[in-house]
Design a protein around this ligand. Structure first.
Ligand code: BES
Ligand code: MN
Ligand code: ZN
Length: 498
């Protein structure tokens, strides 16, 4: 996909299609007025006839308007002018790209009205256009045997209008947005795969493939079960012991920053299928537990973005990955194991497995003397109850790190919300038989999970992101959302710039 800015008069643009906004009630934004004027009032005539309601996301393709170089104009409803927000703007771009994807249009110039708020500047216009284009063109890597629909013809997207002084910022936005787009595809492709395809070894091979594409900056190491045992990751081993499928511990390193400068370490939960183990889950929607490796896919995708952009930053990705299965060899409630940190854990519920694989990975992170550690995990149903599908949960032992992540989410429209990780919650994890239990009852379940991880991150700047509600959709729209790759990319881009 090629991205460019447009600055000149829109009626003279040499593209297959102009994408023009219309407000509810027929009011036309400036650029659409120009197109209307050049074509002798044909758009105003059309809206006055009442044939286009212009609800946000409505689209109508009109062809062969006079006075334009472009053969087609895609009218896009932007709703009422007064209620145009960033979110609605994004939706209208998404709707436009989706409509274009069903045509033979190869190049399109976007001229939608931007919300008045000044934070959608030229950089963000370009960045968001590139990200949304990628998201809208994503086709699930399904395993249906029928003929695949033909891919969209769209290969060139122009965004604007951008003033001469904003062109450089916009170009930077396109570069960043296109890389995030690659990350979105990488994440969704991995997360959507079924667990019989996307095994721990499959994830390890995906990481190896990524490192191979960037031999100068990227290194990968994959620990097998023996190596994991040598690291004394007793909690991780306890989760995997009920499975036939062998576990992997993936270490990806992007060396973009100064040699020896402290890296950002990302840790992703890679449960390729979560049955709950002996504390078996209920059957309804259990298939969705193939998405329980979304954190792992996010980490691999984030390193994809980082290496696409060759960010001047050291970034380490850690992925503990295995299945959570019941079997004659599986861990049982009440079993006590020793984590890599030496702390003992009484496993009261085998379905609280994510924290068990993460605590050993977080301990492993220490050896990198990280500037910051961020783990990403579909960790608790409680977080879905608390925040729904709109915000990812953020918990941290460092408020400025939490704030950085929440702000990155706000800027990239991939939002997150901080939950209070005070000592009170850690106290709920007391066990009579071990240093801690792995569960603490129902109340505050998202936070007690965070508090468990907090016992392994003392002395490091650490944040935990619970993406159980945001990583994927259920029902008719079932599938990975690509979140929180935009948030994390923004976080890393900002870190690289400072
Ligand atoms: N993978 C689940 C969390 C989850 C639930 C993700 C729903 C997405 C949607 C996790 O391993 C889990 O089972 N957590 C338990 C913890 C409980 C046993 C303390 C949960 O949330 O029920
Ligand atoms: Mn579980
Ligand atoms: Zn899980």
């Amino acid at each position: 996909m090629r991205f460019e800015v447009w600055t000149r008069e829109i009626s003279r643009l040499n593209v297959d299609c102009l994408v023009a906004g219309v407000f509810e009630g027929g009011e036309l934004p400036d650029e659409t007025r120009q197109i209307d004027k050049a074509s002798g009032g044909r758009i105003a005539a059309l809206t006055q006839r009442g044939d286009f309601a212009a609800r946000n996301g409505d689209t109508l393709l009109v062809t062969d308007l006079p006075g334009l170089r472009a053969k087609r104009v895609l009218l896009v409803g932007q709703g009422a002018r007064a209620s145009l927000s960033r979110k609605l703007w994004r939706r209208s771009v998404f709707a436009a790209v989706s409509a274009i994807a069903r045509t033979r249009i190869g190049s399109a110039a976007f001229a939608l009205a931007r919300p008045a708020s000044s934070d959608l500047d030229d950089y963000w216009l370009a960045r968001a256009t590139a990200e949304i284009t990628a998201a809208a063109l994503y086709r699930v890597n399904d395993l249906k045997s029928g003929k695949k629909p033909r891919p969209a013809a769209l290969a060139r997207v122009l965004a604007g209008p951008v003033s001469a002084s904003g062109a450089a910022a916009a170009r930077r936005g396109f570069t960043h947005g296109a890389a995030v787009g690659v990350g979105i595809h990488a994440l969704r492709n991995l997360a959507n795969l079924p667990s019989n395809v996307c095994t721990p070894s499959y994830l390890a091979n995906a990481a190896r493939g990524l490192a191979k594409r960037h031999p100068k900056s990227m290194r990968v190491r994959v620990l097998d079960e023996r190596a994991i045992r040598r690291e004394r990751m007793g909690c991780f081993l306890a989760v995997t012991q009920g499975s036939e499928e062998p576990p992997r511990f993936i270490v990806l390193e992007h060396r973009g920053g100064k040699a020896g400068s402290a890296p950002v370490v990302l840790v992703g939960k890679g449960i390729t299928f979560d049955t709950g183990g002996i504390s078996l889950k209920d059957p309804p929607a259990m298939d969705e537990m193939k998405f329980d490796m979304s954190g792992a896919a996010t980490v691999i995708a984030a390193l994809t973005v980082v290496s696409e952009l060759d960010l001047p930053l050291n970034v380490v990705g850690l992925v503990p990955t295995c299945e959570n299965m019941p079997s004659g060899r599986a861990i049982k409630p009440g079993d006590i194991v020793t984590s890599a940190s030496g702390q003992t854990v009484e496993i009261l519920n085998t379905d609280a497995e994510g924290r068990l694989i993460l605590c050993d990975a977080l301990h492993y992170a220490r050896r990198f003397k990280p500037a910051a550690v961020v783990d990403i995990a579909t960790l608790t149903g409680a977080c879905v109850v608390a925040l729904g599908a709109h915000h990812s949960g953020v918990m941290a032992n460092d408020d400025s790190l939490a704030h950085e992540l929440v702000e990155s989410g706000r800027r990239s429209d991939d939002r997150a919300w901080q939950l209070p990780l005070t000592d009170d919650y850690a106290d709920q994890l007391k066990s009579n038989f071990a240093d801690m239990a792995n569960v603490a009852g129902r109340d505050g379940g998202a936070i007690t999970a965070g508090a468990f991880l907090g016992k392994y991150t003392k002395g490091m700047k650490w944040a935990h992101m619970d993406i159980a509600g945001t990583a994927y959709l259920s029902g008719a729209q079932k599938g990975s959302t690509g979140r929180p790759i935009s948030l994390l990319s923004e976080f890393l881009i900002q870190r690289a710039a400072r």
